[in-house]
Design a binder for this molecule. Structure first.
Ligand code: ARG
Length: 567
């Protein structure tokens, strides 16, 4: 609502200045730096400059016009303070319109911002035969949250898990497996054993470099579809995916497609041909490359032995997606370390003459750190994600046992709290920054944590309890107290917050907003007595906090967290 009012004032004033003085002046309508200055502020300096009239006179002219605004009935006071015109809103009128907006929309926060547009999202995308890393966890969690926010804005979202299921490493794994792999061990513990074989291969290659050639040979045969290798590869892919599915299940994440790199194996020759036709491909020491601008290394498209590369498969994937989904945007949720790759991808697409290179966005993110260092187990191995999720569950259960030992379904709730805590800890930070991973901090019920949000929602529900709320029996005057009005203004911001989160592809905007909303609720609840005798007053207050709870729940779901009924 406040944004509608601000935009209207802006348009009204710009039109007025144009009609009266024949000048195009950009008017700023903003939130005052200081709350005491009111709710809306209009600096007039730019108008003074253009109109070349004394400041007081310009202030006079503009404030006169402001008082005639379409929304003037919402204004309590218009104050002229040096170069600013400050407006205080009529709190009860404003509250009424905000609450009416909430009442009339079934899915508050929804908008048609993305109506008719399709966004392809490429996220999670772990590499098969390797453990699911904390980096892939970040991609999964960030991608899922952005996808949910987009859907709330009515975008059509296609969620793709671009599995790393192809590349020369499979030649190595197959070589190792066939020559010295223990089939039984692989059966029992596929990912770990395959990973070991891969590491082992590199050890052996140090003494016997010829096995590198053998592995390359195997990969070439695999690319060409040699049945023996294809069968093994399929098996490795299947057992890996089974493991990842466990993680996705716990996180509540789903995909529309698991077409990984291998899916594009038969679609790459066409890319190579097209690049040739467009005169973009040059031979360089036997390999095929596309040279890019001066400060960008060339893109390696085909190795001298004819095998293709990561970027070749990404080009094939991009064209396939454009043809299949006709996307308006494609988002790649991948770590900072692949910045160069996506810059090159974009540049190649641009040189190929496709204007939609502009719609390719690398949604980058930082590392996961523990005590400031890259996360690893004590022995320096990759941390297994399932272990981390289990650990978070255990810590939450300890916490519940301490605070509320008689809670029903403790184990289930502990898992929901623990996993959501990890998700929230990730999303509350701007994604491109590194995040610190401290489990006991994140499962804490106080502080800027997931459990704090879940707990606030549960707390509101326990206040409302069995009371039925009558939405038509509201005394809007009661929403004018300062703690109430803070809540009203924050409730009003929700739809805008979601749009902003989309524009910056940053769930942290929503995460921080939810923290603010929860903390305003807590201030409110400390200041006002809700369960009063007076029926209208009680109803009015319960309704306000029920809106807060619904937004908290909705926002948490969008972030991919679990909403809990009791804790
Ligand atoms: N599998 C890759 C990795 O783990 C990420 C793939 C990202 N998506 C893409 N289309 N390149 O590094």
């Amino acid at each position: 609502m406040i944004n509608i009012i601000k935009n209207t004032i802006k348009k009204e004033l710009e039109l007025f200045l144009y009609n009266t003085f024949n000048e195009k002046i950009e008017v700023t309508v903003e939130k005052p730096k200081n709350q005491k200055m009111g709710d809306i502020s209009i600096p007039v300096f730019s108008a003074v400059k253009v109109l070349r009239k004394p400041l007081p006179q310009v202030v006079e002219i503009i404030s006169e016009e402001v008082s005639k605004s379409k929304y003037a009935n919402f204004f309590d006071e218009i104050n002229k303070v040096s170069g600013f015109i400050n407006i205080s809103l009529n709190k009860s009128e404003f509250s009424k319109s905000v609450v009416n907006e909430v009442k009339k929309t079934e899915n508050y926060g929804e908008s048609d911002f993305g109506q008719g547009k399709t966004i392809v999202m490429d996220y999670s995308s772990p590499n098969i035969a390797k453990p699911f890393s904390v980096g892939h966890l970040r991609s999964t969690v960030i991608g899922n949250a952005i996808g949910n926010i987009l859907e709330k804005l009515n975008y059509k979202v296609i969620r793709i898990n671009h599995l790393g299921d192809f590349g020369t490493q499979f030649g190595k794994i197959i070589y190792a497996y066939l020559n010295y792999g223990d089939k039984k061990k692989v059966e029992e513990n596929p990912i770990e054993e395959l990973m070991k074989l891969y590491v082992d291969f590199h050890e052996r290659a140090k003494n016997d470099p010829s096995i590198e050639d053998k592995a390359r040979e195997i990969f070439k045969d695999l690319e060409q579809g040699k049945p023996e290798y294809v069968k093994l590869w399929e098996h490795f892919r299947e057992v890996s995916l089974e493991e990842y599915m466990k993680v996705y299940h716990v996180l509540g994440v789903k995909f529309d497609s698991y077409n990984g790199e291998a899916f594009y194996n038969d679609k790459m020759q066409a890319i190579v041909e097209e690049l040739k036709e467009k005169d973009l491909l040059v031979k360089d020491q036997g390999a095929m490359i596309v040279s890019l601008s001066e400060n960008l290394p060339p893109a390696l498209i085909q190795k001298s032995d004819g095998s293709t590369l990561y970027i070749t498969r990404d080009l094939a994937a991009l064209f396939y997606r454009k043809n299949t989904y006709n996307f308006d945007e494609v988002l790649y949720v991948v770590g900072n370390e692949q910045k160069l790759h996506f810059t090159q991808l974009r540049e190649v697409v641009k040189r190929m003459g496709y204007h939609y290179y502009e719609d390719i966005h690398h949604i980058n993110f930082g590392l996961v750190l523990q005590d400031g260092k890259k996360m690893a187990t004590r022995k320096g191995k990759i941390v297994k994600l399932m272990d981390v999720l289990n650990e978070a569950t255990k810590l939450s259960l300890d916490y519940i046992n301490e605070k509320n030992p008689s809670l029903e379904n403790k184990e289930d709730i502990a898992q929901k709290v623990g996993v959501s805590a990890i998700i929230f800890n990730d999303l509350k930070n701007y994604r491109a920054n590194d995040i610190e991973f401290n489990l006991s901090d994140m499962v804490n019920f106080v502080g800027q944590t997931g459990p704090y949000l879940q707990y606030t929602s549960v707390r509101i529900s326990s206040i409302i309890e069995e009371n039925t709320i009558d939405q038509d029996n509201i005394d809007y005057e009661l929403y004018t107290s300062s703690a109430s009005f803070e809540l009203i203004k924050t409730i009003d911001e929700y739809p805008e917050v979601l749009i902003k989160a989309k524009e910056e592809y940053s769930p942290s905007i929503l995460a921080k907003y939810l923290l603010t909303l929860a903390s305003y609720f807590n201030t409110y609840y400390a200041q006002e007595k809700v369960m009063v005798e007076d029926i209208i007053e009680r109803n009015t207050k319960l309704f306000l906090i029920s809106i807060v709870r619904d937004i908290l729940d909705d926002g948490m779901k969008l972030l991919g967290m679990q909403v809990i009924k009791k804790m």
